[in-house]
Design a protein around this ligand. Structure first.
Ligand code: ZN
Length: 313
């Protein structure tokens, strides 16, 4: 099991206003900000990581908040919907909460005999809550308002909208070890049995679809989880053998990454479990300091002046 792709590691999306993003994910959804850092490729903007207490892979949603970027548009070649697992019986709580905070929600939808509750974040990022058929033992982060009976446990699945699904399905099955387990209309479900959660990918086939536009409220990339760098390098070889290009290994401080564009147009990443978010902050203090990679530490004063002030109380 350990040398396999272990489901999702994280998903990264784009936001506009940093404060609005922080308030929504920590206060309304009740997730933990597990790391506050900057975009390593653009250190004048934040990079926020939200997850459970430890920021375990499969629970981490990250954002680049680019003030003024404006709204993007979902379309083919993109990850278009993120589903979070919640405990059985919690939909009533979430519906009331979304009503109170004026969160945009949709009518519940049924897929594969499971009910999804759709909602959107303040930038329009399309998300759902779901009580999965399979048991989810992950321990959630809790807050004064979102307790263990209702709290989000982490990802259930992500949906990829694709004009031509087959080449992407090939990567998921032949390279990443997922199996196609179900189909309903134009939705194809893939599952890996290497992990008990964050193990599902849906492909939505849409041959008449139009390409999306990547800006606020859309997903930038999805990252798959591997145990360590050795496993990661083995998968990099497999990606190259499949005729795709991949970046070299990049140090992201909290994990190591390689990136490649899968044939359907979605940016995929393979990220390691090591070293994790406690490498530069103790568990109790995760997310409470602005952490910078060492190449930017000497520019800390300048960076702190440029970044928007974030009220965290
Ligand atoms: Zn990433």
């Amino acid at each position: 099991m350990e040398d396999q792709i272990l489901g999702l590691h994280h998903i990264t999306a784009i936001a506009d206003n940093a404060q609005r993003n922080y308030d929504f994910y920590t206060k309304v959804l009740g997730l933990r900000l597990v790391k506050k850092t900057v975009n390593f490729d653009d250190p004048g903007t934040y990079h926020f990581y939200y997850g459970n207490e430890r920021g375990e892979p499969g629970t981490i949603l990250t954002f680049f908040p680019w003030e003024g970027i404006g709204k993007g548009r979902n379309g083919t070649g993109m990850a278009t919907e993120i589903a979070y697992t919640v405990p059985e019986g919690s939909f009533k709580f979430w519906k009331e909460r979304f009503g109170r905070y004026k969160v945009k929600t949709g009518e519940p939808v049924e897929r594969f005999r499971e009910i999804y509750l759709p909602f959107a974040d303040p930038d329009g990022l399309e998300m759902t809550l779901i009580v999965p058929g399979m048991k989810d033992e992950r321990r959630p982060w809790t807050t004064g308002e979102v307790n263990e009976q209702t709290a989000i446990k982490g990802f259930y699945n992500v949906s990829l909208a694709l004009k031509h699904p087959d080449p992407t399905a090939d990567i998921l099955t032949n390279v990443f070890g997922y199996k196609q387990v179900k189909q309903e209309g134009n939705r194809y479900r893939f599952l890996t049995d290497s992990v008990p959660a964050a193990s599902v990918i849906d492909i939505l086939a849409d041959d008449k679809g139009h390409p999306g536009y990547n800006a606020g409220g859309t997903v930038h990339h999805i990252a798959f989880r591997v145990k360590d760098e050795e496993t990661q390098m083995r998968y990099r070889e497999k990606v190259l053998q499949a005729g795709l290009q991949a970046t070299p290994k990049i140090d992201r401080d909290y994990f190591f990454s390689i990136y490649f564009r899968e044939p359907g147009g979605v940016l995929f990443e393979i990220a390691t479990e090591n070293p994790g978010f406690t490498r530069d902050e103790p568990l109790a203090e995760l997310g409470s300091h602005l952490k910078l990679p060492k190449q930017f530490e000497q520019a800390r004063n300048k960076i702190e002046k440029v970044l928007p002030v974030l009220k965290t109380i």
